[in-house]
Design a protein around this ligand. Structure first.
Ligand code: SF4
Length: 161
């Protein structure tokens, strides 16, 4: 159960917010998975915002939202608007992205940074940094150079490892 599920359980229990259209649809209102392409993120949020605008509890939900302290506001779509994640959510999103990058790079280090960035939906520099960290830690070989073309290893260049 997500934070938004908990929150919406409370909202649904409140008499003024009966009929909330988000109940049981947390995957639609929660932030999209980390690394989703920007266009998919916009589409994801727009669908939830549209549901809010047809929700009989919108006015009461917005009033409730306005009273919340910034740190208490959940990330995702609430009361017909996109709520930016707080520091804790941002930290989690970053950790999830790095976990996804590490898994992708370890699974196939020969895929270029550009292709990994396209697949995961992040900046190519983020992939490059993650790759450098994995190479330094010895978790993947040094096989790709910045241009994306395969680089000879030290041994292939005649230098003993
Ligand atoms: S306005 Fe949106 S977030 Fe608020 S109760 Fe309705 S569907 Fe849920």
């Amino acid at each position: 159960m997500t934070v938004l599920d908990d929150l919406l359980g409370l909202l649904d229990a409140a008499p003024k917010l009966r009929g909330a259209r988000c109940v049981g649809r947390s995957e639609m209102f929660d932030p999209p998975p980390p690394g989703s392409p920007p266009a998919a993120q916009v589409e994801h949020a727009a669908a939830a915002v549209a549901v809010c605008h047809g929700c009989p509890a919108l006015t009461a939900c917005r009033a409730w939202w306005d009273e919340l302290a910034r740190a208490e506001r959940p990330a995702g779509v609430v009361a017909g608007q996109v709520s930016e994640p707080g520091p804790a959510e941002r930290r989690k999103a970053r950790a999830d992205l790095h976990q996804a990058l590490d898994a992708a790079l370890c699974a196939d280090p020969t895929v270029t940074n550009v292709d990994h960035a396209r697949r995961i939906g992040c900046h190519v520099g983020t992939v490059a940094n993650a790759r450098r960290a994995l190479e330094t830690a010895g978790r993947i070989p040094h096989v790709i150079r910045k241009s994306g073309r395969p680089r000879k290893t030290l041994q292939q260049n005649g230098i003993p490892a």
